[in-house]
Design a protein around this ligand. Structure first.
Ligand code: NIG
Ligand code: FE
Length: 385
């Protein structure tokens, strides 16, 4: 691989403590990539030009680490545009809508799911996302959950088994028998295809006791833990996630003071999903409260056909700054380094020496424009090492 120098960077965000401030900022900067890794960052005037085979000019643009979207559900059939339309006319969001996507996903062929997934991956890339997680959860049979994870693995190493997304219609009379299936044959089939296990722990989905069973069984198979909790109301999901050492607890719209203290004292990341509150007309989570308490915060899209059909991390940043009390710098950190922490990855989400050289050249002089210019396509180029 040729050594590539990107120079003429107006503002480079590295998160390297050797550089300036909370963003590890360098102005009038350059970045050297060798074999897909960052080997040097600093002022362009000092760049090791002799080491470069190729030189690119960013023409004064801002350059940031690629976004790390740590929460998506990108393998599904159909859509739920009419459910969204009804919601905008006043109908509330309920977990049960997931079942209509399950029916459409079971009907779709592998090729239909695969070509749609490819379009989503293009969307992510065009909007600056270079690492992304994908959950199963719209199959809910042994074969369909395994099929979804196989397809997801074609495009990412960050796959999550979410057999416990909702109780499928055929088990409506006996939810615990469905949990038996999830921790039995389904986990046998899916554990080799996944890095993570997740549960939708909420009224209308799974109880804390059921979530504990599923997460504990997943951990015994070597899977890392994640949990959907606190989306529709308060509960004991966050306490469970922290107790079990989950990498991330996601949604966090409804959190008690005790939840916030637990998170602050833990290594569990609170992953906030602004697209959900936007698309369900729910109150936004209070990111300021979490940050002030010292909680690690990530932002993710939760891209799915029900609660949040956006794949745009810049959109999430704009909402987080406008409505969740985050500064532009905090929102940028949460959608890059925060996402990496939520996936327990140290090679992405930053541009320190040794990181994967995944970066985004913005059509803007500063990262602040991501929030300042909402809805404007500011990603000029996404570079994946
Ligand atoms: O993260 N909350 C659970 N799962 C998704 C919603 C899925 C759906 O509505 O289809 C979420 O919001
Ligand atoms: Fe989700």
């Amino acid at each position: 691989m040729p050594a590539r120098l990107l120079t003429g960077i107006g503002e480079l965000v590295t998160f390297d403590p050797a550089h300036d401030g909370e963003l590890g900022l360098v102005r009038d900067a350059a970045l050297l990539e060798v074999d897909g890794r960052v080997t040097w960052t600093g002022p362009a005037a000092c760049a090791p030009i002799a080491d470069a085979d190729l030189v690119d000019d960013a023409a004064g643009a801002a350059v940031i680490p690629g976004f790390v979207d740590s929460h998506t559900h990108l393998v599904f059939g159909g859509d739920r545009a009419s459910e969204f339309e009804a919601r905008m006319a006043g109908r509330p969001y309920a977990a049960g809508g997931i079942r209509s996507t399950v029916a459409a996903t079971r009907e779709a062929t592998d090729d239909q799911l695969r070509s749609r997934l490819a379009r989503f991956v293009d969307e992510l890339h065009a909007q600056g996302t270079t690492t992304f997680e994908i959950k199963s959860g719209y199959g809910l049979t042994v074969d369909d959950e395994a099929r979804i994870l196989r397809l997801a693995r074609e495009v990412t190493a960050e796959t999550t088994f979410l057999g416990a997304h909702v109780v499928p219609t055929e088990y409506a009379g006996d939810p615990d028998a469905y949990v038996d299936l999830v921790v039995g044959d389904m986990l046998d089939a899916c554990a080799p295809l996944a890095r993570w296990i997740d549960v939708f722990c909420e009224t209308g989905a799974f109880s804390v006791e059921q979530a504990r069973r599923v997460l504990t069984a997943g951990a015994a198979r070597g899977l890392g833990l994640r949990l959907h909790a606190g989306q529709l109301g308060p509960g004991d999901g966050v306490a469970l996630a922290v107790e079990l050492g989950a990498a991330s607890v996601d949604h966090g719209t409804y959190l008690s003071d005790a939840d916030v203290s637990r998170l602050a004292a833990s290594t569990t990341v609170a992953t906030l999903l602004p697209g959900v509150e936007f698309s369900t007309r729910q109150p936004y989570p209070d990111a300021r409260r979490l940050l002030d308490a010292g909680v690690r915060v990530a932002l993710a899209s939760d891209c799915n056909p029900g609660s949040s059909f956006t794949s745009s991390m810049p959109f999430c940043i704009a909402v987080a700054v406008r409505d969740m009390g985050m500064t532009p710098a905090e929102a940028l950190r949460a959608s890059t380094l925060g996402g990496a922490e939520a996936l327990r990855r140290d090679d992405v989400g930053h541009l320190r020496v040794g990181a994967r050289a995944d970066y985004v050249v913005l059509r803007a002089p500063s990262h602040v424009h991501l929030a300042y210019r909402p809805g404007v396509p500011l990603v000029a180029r996404t570079h994946v090492a």
